[in-house]
Write a protein that binds this ligand. Structure first.
Ligand code: NDP
Ligand code: MG
Length: 387
């Protein structure tokens, strides 16, 4: 019997690579639910190829196209965020790959955990927005999270067989993004086209901009704190431009374990889908002699102030990281549209942090409310300042 999988965000960078892995192991995996945002053409072609039981489109305006294309093939269809979250309770899959972008991952992931599904977690924003709540829900559910994010997959792999009490430190590697060697002044004025040119990874637009500001690394520190239960003062980021060492764990005896590989998300996706097992790869592996040197350097928190937001979010707790995430979603979209400058992203986040009320112990409703209040505030604030 194949392992049945729901792919949330099937038309994106992680989603399409997940479907590659599923196609490579047809006896092992079957996509039974596919969900996308608005790209109905790609969703239809994926559905005709993978024959899921259900295809969901978040954008309700595209529903008729989806239904008309798939009904003749006996594939069930649905539309809207609510339908996507409802689909998490279906009995016809065991693992949800959460690969939608931003806040949209939160509510379906909550529902999937409540329904006892396994989670292959790509959508790090779920843990950024509501890490404490998700950790609590996981403690009461048979669900287990296996990270897809390459750094967290690396740490997970390094921890296998180790006593968690012996962990001294998690060391998350960062490529440094496209502006690693630029001056602070050049970086502040960078355009969207320049920020979208990531040196190592091809990813969706939002995470590519987050990598350029290095907020992605701050998010990954927050993600690691919740996934591995290690306090933020024992999680650090190190810049490693070659992106071969995917992250490291230092133990109390001084040993440091690392996971290495070429920068290719298929590996962490295979590992997560295979329930932390090592499925064979048809691709050429890592040839260390291709790399004259592997280098490591301290990240520059002056040039990349977003990095400091991880410590702030974890020290202050409550809804702080939820505010950071929502303000960033608005600011990144505004930057991509050319409405604000690159350094305006950080300013938009700090502005929202000083205006949105702090909630010490948020419920799920508080997170939802904080998210929407921050989106509204930041849209208003940017429209006042950018024109
Ligand atoms: P993409 O932008 O490439 O894809 C996003 C996917 O989510 C698309 O399928 C999109 O559909 C769908 N989507 C967007 N909005 C919604 C919504 N409101 N409801 C339902 N579906 C929606 O992103 P990535 O694949 O790059 O990233 C996905 C997640 O994985 C992010 O959280 C990112 O941080 C994380 N991640 C990504 C990595 C990568 O290498 N790409 C590495 C590590 C983590 P449509 O195409 O129709 O718009
Ligand atoms: Mg990553």
């Amino acid at each position: 019997m194949p392992h049945n999988i729901a792919v949330l965000g099937s038309t994106g960078s992680i989603g399409t690579q997940t479907l590659d892995v599923i196609s490579q192991f047809p006896d092992r995996f079957k996509a039974t639910v596919l969900a996308a945002g608005s790209n109905v053409d790609m969703l239809v072609s994926q559905a005709l190829r993978h024959r899921p039981a259900l295809a969901v489109i978040a954008d309700e305006r595209r529903y008729a196209e989806l239904r008309d294309a798939l009904a003749p093939h006996g594939i069930e269809t649905a539309a809207g965020a609510e339908a996507l979250a409802d689909a998490m309770e279906r009995p016809d899959f065991d693992t949800a790959v959460t690969a939608t972008v931003g806040y949209s991952g939160l509510l379906p992931t909550v529902r999937a955990i409540k329904a006892g599904k396994q989670i292959a977690l790509a959508n790090k924003e779920t843990l950024v927005v509501a890490g404490e709540l998700i950790t609590r829900l996981l403690a009461e559910s048979p669900s287990r999270v296996i990270p897809v994010d390459s750094e967290h997959s690396a740490i997970y792999q390094c921890l296998v067989g180790e006593d968690p009490e012996t962990v001294e430190k998690l060391i998350i590697t960062a490529s440094g993004g496209p502006f690693r060697t630029w001056t602070a002044e050049e970086t502040a004025r960078a355009t969207a086209a320049q920020a979208l040119r990531h040196p190592r990874w091809t990813m969706g637009a939002k995470i590519t901009i987050d990598s350029a500001t290095m907020l992605n690394k701050a998010f990954e520190i927050i993600e690691a704190r919740w996934l591995f239960g290690v306090p933020s003062e024992r999680i650090s980021a190190v810049v490693h431009p070659q992106s071969i060492v995917h992250s490291m764990v230092e133990f109390k005896d001084g040993a440091v374990k690392a996971q290495l590989g070429i920068p290719d998300m298929h590996l962490p996706i295979r590992y997560a889908l295979g329930d932390a097992s090592r499925l064979p790869s048809a691709e050429r592996g890592l040839r260390l002699s291709d790399y004259a040197s592997l280098t490591f350097e301290e990240p520059d928190e002056v040039k990349f102030p977003c990095l400091k937001l991880a410590r702030l979010a974890l020290d202050k707790g409550g809804n702080t990281a939820c505010v950071i995430n929502a303000a960033n979603e608005v600011a990144v979209a505004a930057f991509l549209e050319g409405h604000i400058t690159f350094d305006g992203i950080y300013r938009a986040i700090t502005d929202a942090l000083s205006h949105i009320p702090f909630v010490q112990a948020p419920t799920l409703d508080d997170y939802v409310q904080t998210h929407h209040a921050t989106i509204g505030y930041t849209l208003d604030s940017l429209s006042r300042t950018s024109h």
